[in-house]
Write a protein of this length. Structure first.
Length: 532
């Protein structure tokens, strides 16, 4: 017995990750906005029969590298096989570095069977011709970027050579029409800072003196050691313009330092050359007489982690000489007090050995307590449940809206076939409902993906947590002070002491940022109760 068998072949739509980016400067240009890019790419997907998985966006970010939140999320989802294609309107949206674009294609996309599509030229990276054109366009984009940077730098350097101001706000002056005009109130503070330094006053003493009298910086903040030091080292105040001290700092860091160009500026000086010269002598004498404490700083293993129990700021090292002259008493003290004085916060000295011993013991206890690891896992699971529960409520609401739209469409169909409404009315109302349906469906798809992403984000199992803590314990025993600092920074985000400055209050871990560990080692939630 033979017969015709009709088979319906279901072709799975390609999942597309739309990537859109706009830098701060480009936001002003027509056709460069994020919404304009998204509209073009969605229409492209519709024409090609693609399914939009997600729209990754980076507003106000340069394309010089991949250090952008939207791009980083795209890379994470790429590794989780969430889409098949990355789609952008132009190669330079992905990156303005040709090497970065080709590396992205060769190392991230193609090995996973994915590809990059450029909508404006309909270029496909999976073909040899397409990859060649992408490389060519990337080269042009990189050249254009370097040319633009060069033009801007040359323009700014020319302005500086003419004694013109290139930067923004600076204490002591107002910027009016691109020129520096003395702000008399601020200028008097600048003069006072130089006068106090001439009398031998230190940076902190000067900052404290200003803060005690309610003086503020340009941004309305308290004066700090660094603020005072920067003012005392700025040749702007003797009428000079300094340009090119840090060239290519973002790439070369300290290697980017160079001999600056110093010229006479158009602006009026606040400090005389004589005063400037005398202050430079004081600075030099102070630098030569200052005793280096680098051998002590390395011993403070909680640097950057321990918080002030009063204001929550970071802490810095402090020492006082022992009466018998055999060494120093070592403390952690409030950074705000150290740099800005007692008008901002007290010293809140905490004995180094007391704090460090409690922190290390708490972590050692944590490593050996199975209940704590279970508590961590339970908290992670609870976090996922909380994050998805609200999304699931939104999902149900949107699904209810979609159901009503479908019911309206069914009623319209019935009215049309029973000839209660004309074809033109039916077409107009159906078109309106179709737009509404499409919008709701897009919202539903996004919510479903957010739920999926939230669940994927917590794949930390018991073995992984236990192994991380176990390795910490073993490595810490034989580590140097600098290595101990690095190990603690890898595990601990913050350390907090009670107001008595002797009792450990909580330790905040990186992999459990919303939770803490008290001195007993039990994880506690916001309400202060121990987790099961």
């Amino acid at each position: 017995m033979t017969g015709n068998i009709n088979e319906t072949v279901v072709v799975k739509k390609k999942r597309v990750a739309i990537y859109i980016r706009v830098s701060t400067d480009e936001q002003k240009k027509d056709g460069f906005s994020l919404s304009a890019q998204e509209e073009v790419l969605r229409k492209y997907c519709e024409a090609m029969g693609f399914e939009v998985y997600y729209v990754y966006e980076d507003g106000g970010y340069s394309g010089k590298d991949f250090n952008r939140p939207g791009m980083q999320q795209l890379l994470k989802d790429l590794k989780r096989d969430k889409f098949d294609i990355v789609l952008a309107v132009a190669v330079d949206r992905i990156s303005r570095s040709n090497l970065d674009v080709l590396t992205f294609i060769d190392r991230e996309l193609h090995p996973r069977g994915k590809k990059l599509l450029i909508s404006t030229c309909d270029i496909d990276s999976s073909t040899e011709t397409g990859k060649m054109f992408i490389s060519l366009l990337g080269t042009f984009a990189e050249y254009e970027r370097k040319l633009t940077i060069s033009r801007v730098k040359n323009g700014m350097e020319k302005r500086a050579s003419e004694g013109k101001w290139n930067s923004g706000a600076v204490f002591g002056y107002d910027v009016v029409g691109g020129k520096l005009v003395i702000n008399e109130a601020e200028a008097s503070i600048v003069k006072e800072i130089f006068e106090l330094r001439l009398t031998g006053k230190g940076y902190k003493t000067i900052a404290v003196s200003l803060n005690d009298r309610g003086k503020k910086t340009k941004k309305g903040k308290a004066f700090s050691i660094n603020t005072v030091k920067t003012i005392l080292e700025n040749e702007l105040y003797i009428g000079n313009i300094t340009w090119g001290k840090f060239r290519d700092w973002s790439n070369k860091r300290r290697n980017g330092k160079s001999s600056p160009m110093v010229v006479k500026g158009e602006h009026t000086a606040i400090i005389s050359d004589e005063t400037w010269g005398k202050v430079k002598v004081v600075q030099q004498l102070n630098a030569e007489s200052q005793v280096s404490a680098s051998n002590i700083k390395g011993e403070f293993i909680l640097s950057g982690l321990l918080r002030c129990p009063s204001c929550g700021a970071g802490t810095v090292m402090s020492k006082s000489k022992k009466r018998d002259g055999t060494g120093y008493h070592l403390y952690y003290m409030c950074q705000n007090n150290h740099s800005k004085g007692k008008s901002v916060c007290g010293s809140n000295l905490m004995k180094k050995e007391v704090v460090e011993e409690q922190v290390v013991n708490a972590i050692r206890f944590m490593v050996n307590e199975e209940s704590i690891i279970e508590g961590i896992l339970s908290k992670l699971s609870d976090d996922v449940s909380r994050s998805t529960s609200s999304l699931e409520v939104d999902l149900k609401l949107q699904q209810a809206v979609l159901k009503k739209i479908n019911e309206k469409q069914s009623q319209l169909d019935e009215d049309y076939y029973s000839k209660e409404i004309s074809a033109s009315v039916y077409s107009k109302l159906t078109e309106k409902l179709e737009i509404e349906r499409h919008q709701v469906q897009c919202v539903i798809q996004n919510i479903e993906r957010e739920i999926e992403r939230a669940k994927d984000a917590v794949h930390i199992n018991k073995d992984l947590v236990h192994e991380a803590l176990k390795q910490f314990n073993e490595m810490f025993n034989g580590a140097s002070n600098e290595e101990k600092k690095a190990l603690l920074r890898a595990l601990v985000k913050e350390v907090h002491m009670e107001s008595d400055r002797k009792t450990l209050k909580k330790i905040v871990l990186w992999f459990l940022e919303d939770d803490d560990f008290t001195e007993s080692g039990l994880p506690v939630g916001e309400a202060g109760r121990a987790l099961p």
